[in-house]
Design a binder for this molecule. Sequence first.
Ligand code: NAD
Length: 298
Amino acid sequence: MSTIGFIGLGHMGGPMAANLVKAGHTVVGFDLAPAALEQAVKDGASVADSAVDAVRDADVVITMLPSGKHVLGLYDDLLPVAKPGTLFIDCSTIDVADAREAHERAEAAGHRSVDAPVSGGVVGATAGTLAFMVGGSEEDFQAASPLLDVMGRKVVHCGDAGVGQAAKICNNMILGVSMIAISEAFVLGEKLGLSNQALFDVASNASGQCWALTSNCPVPGPVPTSPANNDYQPGFAVALMDKDLGLAANALRTNGVDAELGLKAAELYSQYHAAGAGGQDFSAIINDIRDRSTEGQQ
Ligand code: NAD
């Protein structure tokens, strides 16, 4: 059993830490939010007065934070006080370049590290069914795997440092683009007199089939469990899709990739977020497309 310093006990980190406690690990948590600390204590974790105190005696440090600047800022404080050879696992979704910088800093300080972003949302974090995309050496991946197995159902070693984050943003770029494509098709179908159910029945059994259609269908009816049936309550919020597509757009530009659809999807989700839709499920983009559509020329 490991002693784990867990920093960032928010929507995702809180239940992930709780699952590690349930599995018998010693978890010493820290978060800036007092409510998150109270919940961690209820879940059976100990809490520390600072992030530095949470990691002093840890074998493993897990971070689940909003962005790369939070991760790098904390690493500056934590790396010098952690025991030599501590395994740092960053599960936050951050920029690939920041993830590589975090690895370099950890290695320079004599520690081991993996980037291990997740998909599966709060439901997956609570149920322990997250998917982890891991970047780092084979040895460090093997060391992290038993803990990732506690918090998740699928753990994939994607390659070297930063490549876990690369997998995360590539996957979510597919998701954002495909949700917009599916939504545009439904709005066009509506204009042409094609019912949503008929389009679903055809596309879900034809070459238009994809997760955005068959699991997270943006119109109410065809998939009863999709957020569209529940007033677009997330699910996966527009704010998070905007964040992830922003990271993808940054990587596209930095690496000179001519990806017009990925960049356009980032722009559309950013605008929709700015218009106040951040708390809605990302499938609500169909309403934005409908609102922006005109009468046409007939
Ligand atoms: P959250 O805002 O609920 O949690 C982040 C926590 O970090 C907060 O409780 C905050 O107080 C804490 N924090 C920030 N700076 C800190 C510091 N310096 N020291 C200690 N604590 C600090 O966010 P979340 O939804 O849990 O997401 C966490 C990460 O997981 C993000 O990178 C997000 O993109 C990613 N993610 C989220 C989801 C989701 O569905 N929520 C899904 C996949 C990935």
